[in-house]
Design a protein around this ligand. Structure first.
Ligand code: ADP
Ligand code: MG
Length: 335
């Protein structure tokens, strides 16, 4: 069974059946372009990819998960059935943290893995988590282009069958940068749906708040839910107060740029950022700060993420976590 560890709580992997099915198809058929999956911070992208690398990597397919932000290759690489010692050795050969080594070193990493795993005749899927955060916008952009070209070299050089290259990001500027390219296909993943959220909630200590309230403040974001339960002991008030500290600077900047009214409107309806003339700059700021996400992209799971006013989800834009609106609302009121 695949479990996630949170502060000693062993959490069962919930939901995501539809996403796993889509990814299974991509692993089996390969993709002629780089697959780019983006979604809210903490919605479960890394967990999903680790799960996929653990469960789909066998028989005809090798699925390699690489955490671009992790320094220790024995933790950064999942789905590769190699002893820890060998992974450490591979990491040493790359010379340093994976992120820094990625742009120049991924081919060497794949080579090292391919030569030990015999990918010949098998499908190879490379799931590269958060490369833009690790490399920065410009190097990340160049890296994804390189990855695209690399897809076409793998079958010839390593004799692999179908090839999939997938990258992720949470933050809006990476999305803007990457989704302009024709060599890349963009999909959106969202926070957990209500049922999956309830299954995760069930595994956490007895809630001090009702399920409905927990849903309305976290919007089904698993990291927010776990944080609220384990760090804040279900004290929503204290959680939102901490968010206020984090967001005070953003609100100040929005104010100084003359966006106070528009920001208040976006709390009611995030699509105000879409429909209002001159809103582009505020949208940029909120996207860069990981607060709001452009959501007008095909969903990874196929079914469109529906608009939901109570959670701050519009047609074009959505708040990544509903509680951000409460914190910003208070900051605007307190002046
Ligand atoms: N499907 C899931 N089932 C159970 N727990 C999950 C699931 N998805 C995410 N989590 C929990 O939420 C946390 C945040 O998820 P993570 O994958 O790190 O998000 P992201 O990569 O999108 O920022 C994880 O540490 C994990 O504990
Ligand atoms: Mg992640």
């Amino acid at each position: 069974m695949f479990e996630v560890n949170a502060l000693g709580y062993r959490l069962r992997f919930v939901d995501r059946e539809a996403e796993v099915e889509v990814l299974r198809g991509w692993v089996e058929r390969g993709s002629p372009v780089v697959e780019f999956v983006y979604g809210p911070e903490g919605c479960g992208k890394s967990t999903l990819l680790r799960y996929v690398a653990k469960t789909l990597s066998r028989g005809g397919s090798v699925v390699v998960y690489v955490d671009a932000l992790e320094r220790d290759p024995s933790r950064a690489v999942v789905g590769v059935d190699l002893p820890r010692g060998e992974l450490v050795e591979i990491g040493r050969a790359l010379g340093g943290p994976l992120g820094a080594a990625l742009a120049s070193g991924l081919s060497r990493l794949v080579e090292a893995i391919a030569s030990r795993l015999r990918v010949s005749g098998r499908n190879l899927a490379l799931l590269i988590d958060d490369p833009i955060k690790a490399l920065g916008l410009e190097r990340g952009d160049a890296y994804v282009k390189w990855l695209y070209e690399f897809i076409y070299k793998i079958p010839g050089e390593y004799g692999a069958g179908r090839v999939l290259a997938l990258v992720t990001a949470s933050e809006g500027l990476s999305r803007r940068m990457l989704s302009r390219h024709t060599y890349l296909h963009t999909s959106l993943i969202w926070n957990l749906p209500r049922q999956g959220f309830a299954e995760l909630l069930e595994q956490l200590p007895q809630p001090g708040v009702g399920e409905e309230e927990a849903w309305l403040v976290t919007g089904g974001n698993p990291r927010a839910l776990i944080d609220l339960a384990l760090r804040y002991g279900w004290n929503v008030e204290r959680w939102v107060r901490d968010l206020q500290y984090r967001l005070a600077e953003v609100v100040r900047r929005a104010r100084l740029e003359g966006f106070e009214r528009l920001l208040a409107e976006a709390l009611e309806d995030p699509d105000a950022l879409w429909y209002t003339g001159g809103a582009e700059k505020l949208a940029h700021l909120l996207e860069a700060e990981n607060l709001v996400l452009y959501k007008h992209s095909p969903a990874l799971a196929g079914a469109e993420i529906s608009e939901d006013k109570s959670l701050g989800i519009g047609r074009y834009y959505a708040w990544q976590i509903p509680a951000y609106r409460d914190a910003i609302q208070r900051l605007l009121e307190n002046n």
